[in-house]
Design a protein around this ligand. Sequence first.
Ligand SMILES: [Zn+2]
Ligand SMILES: [Zn+2]
Length: 462
Amino acid sequence: MVRLKSFLVCAPTIGLFSFALTSQVFAQNPAQIDQANKTITSSPALEFKTSTHAFPFTKPKNAGLFLEVAIVTDPKLPQINQDLIAAALESAAKTFEIRFGLQKPHFVVTSSLSVSEFMKQAPLETSKYCLSQISKRYRGTGPQEFEPYEQKAKKFLKKWSLKSLTSFVTDSKIKRSPTYDGVYEHLIERYVTTVQRLAETKTRSQQPLVRPKYSTEQSFAAWNCALREQRNFDVIITNAFIMADIMSEPHPHAFFGKAKVGGIATLNPHRNALGKAALLATTFAIDTPITWLSELDGKPALPKERAEILGDYLLAHEIAHAIIGIPDVYDHPAECLMTSRPNQSYRVGLQLLRRHQKPCSRCRKWVDAYRAYHKAVKMLSNNRPRSALRYLSRASKITPKHFHGGYRRKMSDISYLVAKAYGEIGRKSRSLKFARRALELNPRSKEAQNYLETITSTDTEP
Ligand SMILES: [Zn+2]
Ligand SMILES: [Zn+2]
């Protein structure tokens, strides 16, 4: 997950379905206009379709990283401006290329739907994973709710150095002599107070912003599950308010901050474009009239800046979580897209990034591991298994342990490819060993399961 931490600058909202089809901004490539489906392509990296439902579409040849986008709207909150989305997607694609030196993604908006329609796409009440996650959500009744999750939550916090966590601490005694236990207690105290304030906060129409005791509509646990279980989209853009609430995984910038989630990147076994992942970013923080939750520091922002906050600061950040596996960090230099700083608004964060237009040297190790892995994938598809093995060996050595999406899962993916490469050069026992290792590291890996079944059935053939 996440940028967390908004206002009312409410730019004029164009109704979602009255999207400016004739806008010159989007009509730069008339060849891409499909009158039947009212599809408009504004640039090679961006495509829009307008519909209350999903439209069928054809993936362009050689599109590279091709991402299907849905707009998910909460009717209670300020609506999403279509021009903002178009510009933000374009901005996210460019930023991703500049910051990480990787090919920019191509986005196509294929659907628009309400929050409740979106949530229906996920089996929230039957999926074992969802039920388990939702059972760990904070219901706003006080610090005692955290007791059953204390050990897991402390283990989760230990992914970060004490020094980097201490940047969020405001208690002077804990700041002077920090311990994980002290930081954890302080985090719970701050979070419980923040959620109390959120529960007392009203929307412009005087409805409660969030009802942690009764409803999962604004729950990160529920959104994360829906994003993980739905089968139709790689990217969701929403205007919803999402509250960080999984007690066993207290993401420091959210729990020490406003308990607000700006984006999510999570696993999704059904989506391949981002490597079995899906992601989300919300415009809530850019459009809310609620001053204390605003990320624009109470001052109006021009459309360009708003689009850059959504595109550069939120979307590109989530893409990097999903594709490269870089986790949230708190101590990288000013040019780092993945660093959250205490009390830093999105606006200030974006300004800092603009002044430092270069890749982050400390994120480099994740980018190098990503490159090695993808070189291996390419070599395998070009029937060069020996070269693939060299790249896989490098990837397994340099993949950082703190890895978004899970180190064991990544190592399972690597082992699976090693098994395939050995299989292709006829070394069956080694292939078998690595296929088993892949499954041991990630028992849910369908690829490893299928591969193991294939090679073992081949082995027993008369
Ligand atoms: Zn993040
Ligand atoms: Zn960095």
